[in-house]
Design a protein around this ligand. Sequence first.
Ligand SMILES: *Cc1c(COP(=O)(O)O)cnc(C)c1O
Length: 371
Amino acid sequence: MATLADAPALEIARLPHPAPMKADVRETVIADPGFGRVFTDHMVTVDYVEGEDGVGGWHNAVLGPRGPIPLDPAASVLHYAQEIFEGLKAYALADGSMALFRPDQNAKRFNASARRLAMPEIPEELFIEACRQLVLTDADWFPKVEGGSLYIRPFMFATEAFLGVRPAKQYKFVVILSPAGNYFKSGSPAVSVWVSEYTRAAPGGTGAAKCGGNYAASLVPTGEAFAHGHDQVVFLDAEERRWIEELGGMNLFFVFDDGTLLTPPLSGTILPGITRDSLLTLAREEGLTVREERYGIDQWEEDARSGRLLETFACGTAAVVTPVGRVAGREHDFTIGTGGPGQLTGKLKQRLVDIQRGAAEDRHGWVMKIA
Ligand SMILES: *Cc1c(COP(=O)(O)O)cnc(C)c1O
């Protein structure tokens, strides 16, 4: 039987934009874009329908003007939250060309999320091609600030009008772009974090999937962190409330005085970050001992106090690497190192950023030039 994988690559049709943003307005916007506030002129949409025989297909791929998406009030995403997303960036390389960083990994993770949410997988080539064509189409939106990038947000949601509880038979895949400002101004300051009593993901749950539902559930704990005067929330494991899992939407790393680097293992309750994976690879290349092991909150405090722990940082596509300077919670309050950004944190970040921007050799084939 023919499968989707055998199907010919889907052509993305193009619809002209009747009224793109005027160049002078666009220039003003991208001079100070911030993060996630402004969007480019176009988007890609692709539809999926499952047929009577249970076999479905992607069709109707269009790159056209960005705009509202009509949705039936009974669309199952609005009721049962079948929604997943990805986040990656288009970078400007030193030679003036543009590149995506490990987009194949985003496509693979998107499909892993799709499987967990009982949604259809999308061919990896279509995922990457949609990102590539959209970035090329809206390349004029690339922020003219040092360290700027185009943040790419692919997502998929259930559109079928049906209130019974079962996987929907209709979906929409969409890609939008948002010019993102400079995270690298003068070496990011260390953040202060709050250890939450809420949990993010339970064993057997959706913690390893990038789905909107996980984020909805993290808003109250994040609000609590803000209310206590902190920047971000630390989640502990749901079973013992002891093992450190993630920092908001970022993975955590710990640097010790014996040159080891530790990060929590991918146990199913942690999002497998691509930045996490890349930094693990780079750290091994630097000759560091890398351990993917559980690390407890009490141990974190003890090691920070004894000086055995030198640095802690969080990582993810949006902010790359964020140093953690202070940790507080109902039972904790301690400082890490000097409370500022650590040395190894800065070094690993620079290594990664240099590769992403074509300033250092790409030994792993991570950088996909698109123009
Ligand atoms: C996306 C995400 C990350 C970071 O993943 P990257 O691929 O490095 O951007 C970490 N944790 C959560 C919960 C996430 O959603």
